[in-house]
Design a protein. Structure first.
Length: 401
């Protein structure tokens, strides 16, 4: 799992092979994209491209691009026999009298029938710069048909075509290389993967990246630098994305947590406000009850004279034709108001009721006026309620001494 994660972080699981070839004296590009899934390689994209400007639109920058330069600027030659394992001697044997300081070279089949591919450094550096200026991240490159050695064991044919070469293979060794026109194509089946001959070198270059082996070249430092730059770019890009995702998730979690706490705080504040409001209401009601209690106590204290006695005397003289509905002892002078003293009409009774006989009512009033404890009797209201009944209200003033 750790190894898989490291591979994903450094290069991912998608690989792009790109061959620069020539057709009708112009450059043509063969692009092959493979994805590794569960130990298998699957073709996700393949395309023949006519111009350099189109390549960035067909390449995913976050995955490595493995380049194979196979133009007329690459010279390839087989060394018939060599008793040396020194690269420079083998290259000089294939191409005598050249200044190796001005050339990049790559040798395959070092032990048997070496094949040497060389190119001027200016040409390769210029090609790499053009691709870099087009924002194409090259992770490795090879010269000519050198990458074909990686796929030779899977090709069970004596002649194999690539984009512009015909290669003779015997016992998995390349014996002949000759130029052909790019119009000739052939279909190959490699372990269930069908590929046209034009995509054979890009596929071989991808295999070289998946199964790295020691390469016999003088541009190892260049390829190491390209690989280092790509992996750093890839790691920085992935770490940046993971960091952004991490901080976004962290901010979202923080937002939801904050929002949850904010809602709870809002609910608690609302509950506190409601409790405070209820407390104020209870305080107000308690004060109101106390005021009313004080009034009751004041009324109770003020009737410690002969209230029961006077009411008893009054009741003795009520005729049967009169029905009492209300008796107010010491009625209020004014309605009760907030923060105002309670004023009572001292020595007064207000009596209301119904009279069924006007004569009995008049006689009753006269009798009340004769009572020693009564000072005055005043009829405040007398209204006919029916043919034989009337509503009345009288005020009786009595002596409390």
């Amino acid at each position: 799992m750790v190894k898989r994660f490291r591979t994903y972080l450094k290069e991912g699981f998608t690989y792009t092979g790109l061959e620069i070839s020539e057709s009708d004296n112009r450059e043509v590009y063969f692009l092959l994209e493979l994805k590794r899934h569960k130990g298998e390689l699957r073709i996700t994209n393949k395309k023949e491209i006519d111009s350099l400007e189109e390549i960035p639109m067909n390449v995913q920058k976050k995955y490595p691009v493995l380049l194979c330069i196979n133009t007329s600027g690459i010279l390839t030659k087989k060394v018939e026999s060599s008793n040396s394992d020194n690269l420079e001697e083998i290259v000089n044997q294939a191409f005598p009298n050249i200044d190796l300081g001005n050339f990049y070279y790559e040798v395959i089949q070092l032990e048997n029938n070496p094949i040497v591919s060389i190119s001027r450094k200016e040409l390769i550096d210029s090609t790499l710069k053009k691709l870099s200026d087009s924002k194409i991240k090259i992770a490795a490159f090879s010269l000519g048909i050198s990458a074909l050695k990686n796929v030779a064991p899977y090709l069970h044919k004596e002649e194999v075509l690539v984009s512009n070469r015909k290669v003779g293979i015997i016992d998995q060794s390349i014996l002949t290389v000759s130029a052909i026109e790019s119009k000739y194509k052939e279909l190959y089946n490699i372990n269930g993967l069908e590929l046209s001959s034009t995509y054979l070198l890009p596929f071989a270059q991808i295999l070289a990246n998946l199964n790295p082996q020691n390469r016999n070249t003088n541009f190892g430092e260049v390829t190491d630098t390209l690989e280092w730059e790509f992996k750093n770019y890839r790691i920085f890009d992935q770490v940046l994305k993971f960091s952004l995702i991490f901080f976004i998730v962290l901010l979202l979690v923080n937002f939801f947590v904050y929002n949850s706490f904010h809602e709870k705080i809002g609910q608690l504040n609302a509950a506190v406000e409601a409790t405070s409001s209820k407390k104020d209401e209870l305080t107000f009601l308690d004060a109101s009850v106390k005021r009313k209690q004080e009034r009751v106590e004041a009324l109770s204290k003020s009737s410690n004279s002969k209230a029961t006695y006077y009411l008893d005397l009054f009741a003795q003289h009520v005729p049967t034709s009169i029905m009492l509905s209300e008796i107010k002892y010491r009625p209020l002078t004014k309605p009760v108001r907030e923060n105002k003293p309670v004023l009572l009409q001292e020595g007064t009774l207000l009596v209301s009721g119904i009279s069924k006989d006007v004569n009995d009512f008049s006689f009753w009033v006269e009798e009340l006026e004769k009572q020693e404890w009564i000072g005055s009797v005043e009829t405040l209201d007398y209204d006919y309620a029916g043919k034989s009944t009337s509503n009345f209200l009288i005020e009786i003033g009595f002596h409390e001494d």
